[in-house]
Design a protein around this ligand. Structure first.
Ligand code: COA
Length: 382
């Protein structure tokens, strides 16, 4: 296997992009990445999209995007793993370069969610239709069950959940691509509209449009394009039961701990060695559970850790320096690639006011549904 590098990145703003189609959004992100990397061609492309069909009536996303990017006959493959589609697309691109079958590969993600469909119903197609959706539960409800279990078992408090949203909005304020660039307070979170008890509006990631793309090539070739490539040192993936009711515990996301074990083994690292992490905070409770399942904190201590500032920019392990899904936005297929972009900017010292001092190793954790699929990619500054 060849060593693989990320050599360029590009993304659109995340938010309500009323005047842009899914094709416009993809092309804008892809061209920015190609330009940023300085490559004159790509050999192959992967596009993570959860549901072009349900959100905008467009399937056959691979061919559509290659065509609009003017890249025919380059092979273009759509990758779907619900909200983990982006992370999974990155992993496919990684393997294509690592195997030596392509030299320069574009990994991307795109979603257009605000065009008027019933987004909650469309998103819920990623849950178990028979046992969950038929009975009326959707993602806010599923994560509310996880939150209630965590609060009951570990005495995690409502304020600790709110502290995740407050921190992520604070970080997102300094991210020019973020959907919400306003700071919020604990009181505002606690007084926002109830969505699914105990989760409130400001505990939820928003509905978003957006695209993100990165360029990968071998470490050997990377030297021709940049003095500061970022090395991919692990790429892991795991699956879990699609339904929450089948799990032994509601307070652990097993696909996250399983993927993390594989990723740490591949990179020969321990959780302590990670300098920064982008994690899948689709709801505030998700960031707390994931921070424990990645081994950053003991089980049950994730809530206290965020409240004590351990995950803030200056903390022991800065989490979601980009603003996370909560503030940056969550155009589902694009999210996993946007996480890689934040790591790239941090590891190459380009994160501006969000910059974490001396960040050398970053981890991106992207998951689908209520954690039935999870990818973890670890990157290292060279
Ligand atoms: N955070 C902060 N503000 C939000 C927000 C969020 N998550 N969602 C909406 N808003 C704001 C809007 O900008 C709008 O503000 P304005 O009145 O100043 O324009 C206001 O709140 C109302 O927005 P609206 O679109 O009517 O909200 P909604 O009630 O239709 O949707 C949620 C709110 C939380 C239900 C929706 O964002 C949601 O479903 N989020 C979860 C998405 C999800 O499940 N993703 C997959 C995860 S697995």
């Amino acid at each position: 296997m060849k060593e693989v590098a990320v050599i360029g990145v590009g993304m659109t703003n995340f938010g309500e992009l009323w005047n842009k189609s899914i094709k416009d959004i993809f092309v804008e992100a892809a061209l920015k990445a190609i330009d940023n990397a300085g490559v004159d061609h790509i050999d192959s492309m992967y596009i993570g999209t959860m549901s072009g069909g349900l959100f905008v009536g467009q399937e056959h996303i691979g061919a559509v995007m290659a065509d609009y990017l003017g890249m025919n006959p380059v092979p273009a493959t759509r990758v779907e793993s619900a909200c983990a589609s982006g992370g999974t697309a990155f992993r496919q691109a990684y393997f294509e370069v690592a195997s030596g079958s392509s030299e320069i590969v574009l990994a991307s993600g795109v979603e257009k969610m605000t065009d008027g469909v019933d987004v909650t119903a469309a998103l819920a197609t990623a849950a178990d239709q028979e046992y969950e959706v038929y009975n009326g539960v959707t993602f806010p409800g599923l994560y509310a069950m996880i939150a209630n279990a965590h609060m009951h078992q570990y005495k995690t408090t409502r304020e600790q959940l709110a502290a995740v949203a407050v921190k992520n909005h604070r970080n997102g304020k300094n991210n020019p691509n973020a959907q919400f660039r306003n700071e919020i307070t604990i009181e505002q979170v606690l007084n926002s509209t109830l969505v699914a008890d105990p989760l409130r509006l400001l505990d939820c990631s928003p509905v978003s449009d957006g695209g993100a793309a990165v360029i990968l090539c071998s470490m050997e070739l990377a030297k021709q394009f940049t003095d500061s490539p970022v090395r991919v040192i692990a790429s892991a993936q795991a699956s879990d039961t699609i339904s929450l009711y089948e799990r032994d515990s509601l307070t652990t996301l097993k696909a996250v701990s399983d993927a993390a074990a594989k990723a740490y083994k591949q990179a020969e690292l321990k959780p302590d060695n990670i300098d920064i992490a982008e994690v899948h905070d689709c709801f505030t409770i998700a960031e707390i559970v994931v921070s424990e399942d990645l081994g950053f904190f003991e089980k049950g201590c994730g809530g206290a850790a965020v409240e004590e500032g351990k995950t803030s920019l200056e903390g022991q392990i800065p989490i979601n320096t980009s603003g996370g899904l909560k503030s940056k936005g969550h155009p589902v297929g694009a999210t996993g690639i946007a996480q890689i972009i934040e790591l790239y900017e941090q590891l190459t010292g380009q994160a501006g006011k969000r910059q974490v001092k001396d960040a050398r190793i970053g981890l991106a954790q992207n998951m689908g549904g209520s954690g039935a699929s999870c990818t973890i990619n670890i990157l290292e500054a060279v």
